[in-house]
Ligand binder design. Structure first.
Ligand code: 2BA
Ligand code: 2BA
Lengths: 141, 141
């Protein structure tokens, strides 16, 4: 795509759009979340509600903790828990009109941040990789 | 610390030194690796040999796969496996004299890269967070 100056770049230029983001739903059984995480290969993914609003994230760590915590380590018990029971609820988000530097700040402490519109509808994610690749492009300009 | 121009910054300025890096040894039982990973909170850590040379990395994903793959999901069986049985062996590394831009490139596809000396002795890790914080500093100069 055409070269834009760093000051012109917005989160929209760098984000992965929702249709390409692996995610799970609030009310999925934890077992399903495990499937999505293992198949997609990602360590953590966004959690959406039935209206496609962002409600949290879920990671392999949380699932591992559940398995280890369960009496007799019966993984089948995962099917009794829902994503909403164990997901991380207090997750940062950003809008697609945000600037590059705001995007960069948002991924300093998180591997990715979800992109939402004014009403909280999920639009995609901004990853550290996308920010780093943009910095590399800048460096060689 | 004193401000250095980006061209002067080396991996050494940004790395986490080995004494602050959670890691496991080649011959530890997988059960021990799980303990280190859960206690440290990290998703993946370096694996060292008895001489403190870097030999690979191990992640929660690999351990999760083992648990799920095991008959009857008996987590105790983790104690029969060694880190060396399941670790990622082909891992990139970098030296502490490498430049900022080489450091940045090394973490485009990996959350962290291990820092080693000419003989492969482990000296620390370079994380995406350290690179991103440096870029933020630069941006405000
Ligand atoms: N299937 C794959 N193909 C190629 N490279 C892969 C990969 N899986 C992981 N990686 C590499 O490993 C990094 C860490 O992935 P992780 O799953 O821990 O952490 C990921 C994951 O939690 C999430 N993520 C990335 N892409 C996603 C997607 N399409 N759907 C859902 N979540 C995604 O954002 C985090 C940061 O992603 P980022 O790209 O910066 O960083 C990724 C990427 O560089
Ligand atoms: N205990 C903690 N305290 C504060 N923030 C935490 C944290 N654990 C995780 N984070 C945050 O989450 C990011 C991803 O951590 P993760 O464990 O997947 O991936 C980590 C981990 O695999 C490894 N790592 C970082 N510090 C480490 C250390 N002291 N020892 C061993 N491995 C480390 O490097 C990866 C990238 O680290 P990075 O700092 O760029 O990015 C970290 C950091 O921003």
């Amino acid at each position: 795509r055409e070269y834009k100056k760093l000051e012109e770049i917005t989160v929209e230029d760098l984000m992965i759009p929702s249709e390409k983001v692996a995610h799970v739903m609030l009310n999925n059984p934890l077992e399903h979340a495990l499937l999505v995480l293992t198949r997609s290969g990602y360590f953590a993914v966004p959690v959406l509600d039935p209206e496609n609003k962002l409600v949290g994230t879920i990671s392999k760590t949380v699932i591992l903790d559940q398995i280890l915590g369960i009496e007799g380590y019966e993984v089948e018990k995962l099917s009794h828990l829902l994503v909403s029971d164990v997901m991380e609820k207090d997750v940062p988000s950003i809008t697609k009109t945000a600037s590059f530097i705001d995007g960069l700040k948002s991924v300093i402490d998180e591997p990715f941040v979800s992109v939402v519109d004014e009403e909280g509808y999920f639009e995609g994610i901004l990853t550290r990789r996308a920010i780093l690749k943009q910095v590399k492009r800048e460096y060689y300009q």
